[in-house]
Design a protein around this ligand. Structure first.
Ligand code: PGA
Length: 248
């Protein structure tokens, strides 16, 4: 069986009670799977999530982190803070952060370094817009985003990074990439990472963008796709579990 990383991204959803119910259900559902299951929670629920899923198989993630240490950064949280809540991974450079909050590749790189320092796995998200795809810029955009994200990161650290190919036009739109587009995007990322380090790193690369239980089997069966980053379809524990209960 192909072992997958299946990561839910809750984004800005759930009341406290809903988060409680969801995490309790997810924890139970994920017990039976051999895949790696994780969920990126809103930061305000990390404490609750840490109490509920604690030392279970389900990994806990943050959706964002500031790259600075403690200090005058109103409204922000840093890697050391989330580490205290047993956070295993954090999303970095999600396209919503890039487009809505003007995050730059340089910010992504700093966040990756800060997370690695605290032994938190960065999940680095990259992806092209529809316009860039139509202009045949996909490979260039992905390669540039990867190169900048990995600036001054050595080989040993790079081994601890997960990547996600998330075409911007497929996120939250209900229009996923075709399996060949998704596979090709993930391959571009793998090749770029390998070319930067001159060795075969075998990076884990997830696909994200309107992934659901209907298209999951086809997408996740692709050779270069090691799992999924799932938004909308992860918001119900049962729907999410339909994906991670799949045998690929
Ligand atoms: P979606 O979101 O599955 O709702 O398209 C994916 C993501 O934003 O990571």
């Amino acid at each position: 069986m192909k072992k997958l990383h299946l990561i839910g991204n809750i984004k800005m959803n759930f009341t406290k009670d809903e988060a409680n119910e969801y995490l309790t259900e997810l924890k139970a559902l994920a017990e039976g799977t051999d895949h790696t299951v994780g969920v990126a929670m809103p930061s305000v629920y990390l404490h609750l999530a840490s109490d509920i899923i604690g030392d279970s198989k389900t990994l806990l993630g943050a959706q964002n982190v500031n790259y600075n240490n403690f200090g005058a950064f109103t409204g922000e949280i840093n890697a050391e803070m989330i580490k205290d809540f047993n956070v295993n991974f954090a999303l970095v450079g999600h396209s919503e952060r890039r487009s809505l909050f003007k995050e730059l590749d340089e910010d992504v790189n700093k966040k990756v370094k800060e997370l690695l320092k605290h032994n938190i796995t960065p999940i680095v998200c990259v992806g092209e817009t529809l316009q860039e795809r139509e202009d045949n810029q996909t490979e260039k955009v992905l390669s540039t985003q990867i190169k900048k994200a990995l600036n001054e990161i050595d080989l040993e650290d790079a081994k601890n990074i997960i990547f996600a190919y998330e075409p911007v036009w497929a996120i939250g739109t209900g229009v996923s990439a075709t399996s060949s587009q998704a596979d090709e995007g993930c391959l571009i990322i793998k090749n770029k990472v390998n070319s930067l380090y001159g060795s075969i790193l075998e990076p884990v690369v997830l696909y994200g963008g309107s992934l659901n239980s209907k298209n999951a089997h086809e997408l996740l069966s692709c050779q270069n796709i090691n799992g999924g980053l799932i938004g909308g379809a992860s918001l119900k524990a049962k729907t999410f579990s339909d994906i991670f209960n799949m045998v690929i």
